[in-house]
Design a protein around this ligand. Structure first.
Ligand code: PBG
Ligand code: ZN
Length: 329
């Protein structure tokens, strides 16, 4: 390689067309997945204070929103249920109620917008009265989520979502064996083509705070560190990914995204299944807060961060910026 002054790296940055030609990483609308929160009711669009521009919808307003997203060129949504407090219980049984908010919206979406890919979050924290992602057992005074009892609940939820017409179910509880339990239940019930997007590499993170406001899923005791991963134990990411692929995950996910680009890049290098990354609520809220103070430009920052997630190796990006990005790209 020749050196300066023969080689001038600024030469290829001198004009916009040159820079565009040489942009080897680009975001595309097709690869964005928009999260959507749905609860019972009608005409509801409750703003989520910590997530500007995001709402808790009822099925009717959710459907209007999804229609607008489809018109903007988005192909996929990820549904989360918000449960009325009087419908929560210790095991989260509302989660597998065939007429709960997520199931109803799924049916309506697949009826009205059959081309839209409907992905449903499969977890219990939005449905349990204690806010944990599964059934609690008491082991000698230490309460913890019971892994194997929770698997049965997760499989029931996935089957209920599949009956409603979900294209892909996305288990997020971080229970060992959850992908295998869901795959065998779906297959036994004839849903061989319902896919699984597994939250394979999900770290216990401070970045989920705004989501827990949005989903009303804050834990009533303890925290999620006995099931979500410790962010310092990075090699477990590859064990988790391999386990989920072995159990039948069609797509795997790394979450959060922007502070885990190294993990995304390494998972991309090691595995060949499609890879999603979840740009989570706290990452969204942080950019909004800074932009709201005039400290950075929201559009430029959102595009830069999500492009970085793509550059690290994510095929799909789950982001609350999806609709805005679709307009900006
Ligand atoms: C539920 C779930 C969470 C998120 C996605 N699914 C919260 C959590 O695990 O506490 C976080 C998403 C976000 O912060 O945007 N298991
Ligand atoms: Zn959960």
């Amino acid at each position: 390689m020749s050196e300066f002054p023969t080689r001038r790296l600024r030469r290829l940055r001198t004009s916009l067309p040159l820079r565009e030609m040489l942009a080897s990483v680009r975001l595309s609308r097709d690869q964005l997945i928009a999260p959507l929160f749905v609860r019972e009711g009608q005409g509801t669009a409750n703003p989520i204070p910590s997530m500007p521009g995001q709402f808790q919808f009822s099925a009717d307003t959710a459907l209007q929103t999804a229609r607008r997203w489809a018109d903007a060129g988005l192909l996929a949504v990820l549904l989360f249920g918000v449960t009325e407090p009087n419908r929560k219980d210790a095991v989260g049984s509302e989660a597998w109620n065939d007429s709960a908010a997520v199931q109803r919206l799924t049916r309506e979406l697949k009826g009205a917008l059959p081309q839209m890919v409907v992905i449903t979050d499969v977890c219990l924290c939005e449905y349990t009265d204690h806010g944990h992602c599964g059934t609690i057992t008491d082991r000698g005074g230490r309460r913890d989520v019971d892994n194997d009892a929770t698997l049965e609940s997760l499989a029931k939820i996935a089957a209920s979502h599949a009956r409603a017409g979900a294209d892909i179910v996305a288990p997020s509880a971080m229970m060992d064996g959850q992908v295998g339990a869901i795959r065998s239940t779906l297959d036994n019930e004839g849903f061989v083509n319902t896919g699984i997007l597994s939250y394979a590499v999900k770290f216990a993170s401070s970045m989920y705070g705004p989501f827990r406001d949005a989903a009303e899923s804050t834990t009533q005791f303890g925290d999620r560190r006995t099931y979500q991963m410790d962010y310092r134990a990075v090699r477990q990411a590859f064990t988790e990914a391999a386990a989920d692929i072995g159990q039948g995950a069609d797509i795997i996910m790394v979450k959060p995204a922007a502070t885990y680009l190294d993990v995304i890049a390494e998972v991309r290098r090691r595995f060949d299944v499609p890879l999603a990354a979840y740009h989570v609520s706290g990452e969204y809220a942080a950019l909004h807060a800074a932009a709201g103070n005039g400290w950075l430009d929201l559009k430029d920052a959102a595009i830069e961060v999500t492009t970085a997630i793509k550059r690290a190796g994510a095929d799909l990006i789950i982001t609350y910026f999806a609709e805005q990005l679709a307009g900006w790209l």
